[in-house]
Ligand binder design. Structure first.
Ligand SMILES: *[C@@H]1O[C@H](CO)[C@@H](O)[C@H](O)[C@H]1NC(C)=O
Ligand SMILES: *[C@@H]1O[C@H](CO)[C@@H](O)[C@H](O)[C@H]1NC(C)=O
Length: 205
């Protein structure tokens, strides 16, 4: 009996003492124009009134003000308090909210959505918060800006090799011509000498 009472006391103190908010993922990676679902879990209590639930989900900015991503006031979503940066781009899952899950589907991501996101959850049985990182990288499938920097290199390389090739061919032709010319010249000269010598011999006889 004493044991049961102790167990009951420790259980109730456990439940009422720890209200937890936890991200399901501490860091997200996404590409520009893609979608992502950010998720937080928080402790629920069946007998607690839903009107005691208040949630503030913000993107933490440098000036410490934060842009509102999602706001729940006394159990109701307040879309008008959302920052214009996220207007029309955030869908929440209200069914998940009842189960203690904040699921925020952010669509058409921009690179400047990158940053730290935090959700603070206030209930009549506790308050807590947790944060996660989102990194949105620029889309990679845009080859236009890279083409002009890449193409001059192969072109100039082709030009250089063409120049080297033509010069080599020219030199080879030159050398060949010189060789042929020298051969011709030598044989002509020899013929001359032979003719001259035979003429001389004829004259002597
Ligand atoms: C992103 O979400 C929007 C609606 O929220 C949907 O129309 C679109 O198809 C989604 N795109 C991708 C790549 O999942
Ligand atoms: C973020 O980038 C979009 C365009 O991608 C621009 O319209 C918007 O003003 C930017 N927001 C901030 C806070 O710089």
């Amino acid at each position: 009996m004493i044991c049961r009472i102790l167990l009951l006391i420790s259980l109730t103190s456990c439940v009422s003492g720890t209200f937890e908010v936890e991200v399901t993922q501490t860091s997200y990676q996404a590409e520009e124009n893609h979608n992502i679902t950010l998720e937080w879990m928080f402790t629920t209590k069946p007998d607690s009134s839903s009107t005691s639930l208040n949630i503030y989900c913000d993107m933490v900015t440098d000036n410490n003000e934060g842009s509102v991503l999602y706001h729940v006031h006394k159990g109701d979503e307040v879309p008008e308090s959302q920052d214009k940066q996220f207007a029309g781009r955030v869908q929440s899952d209200t069914d998940a909210l009842r189960e203690g899950r904040i699921r925020l589907h952010v669509s058409r991501l921009r690179t400047n959505d990158s940053g730290l996101y935090t959700c603070e959850v206030y209930t009549d049985y506790g308050t807590n918060s947790d944060r996660c990182d989102l990194n949105v990288t620029a889309a990679v499938d845009q080859p236009e800006p890279q083409k002009p920097t890449e193409s001059p290199q192969p072109e100039s390389r082709v030009r250089i090799s063409l120049f080297v090739g033509l010069t080599a061919a020219g030199l080879a032709v030159c050398a060949g011509l010189c060789f042929v010319f020298r051969l011709c010249y030598k044989s002509v000269k020899r013929e001359h000498t032979v003719v001259y010598e035979t003429e001389n011999m004829d004259a002597a006889e």
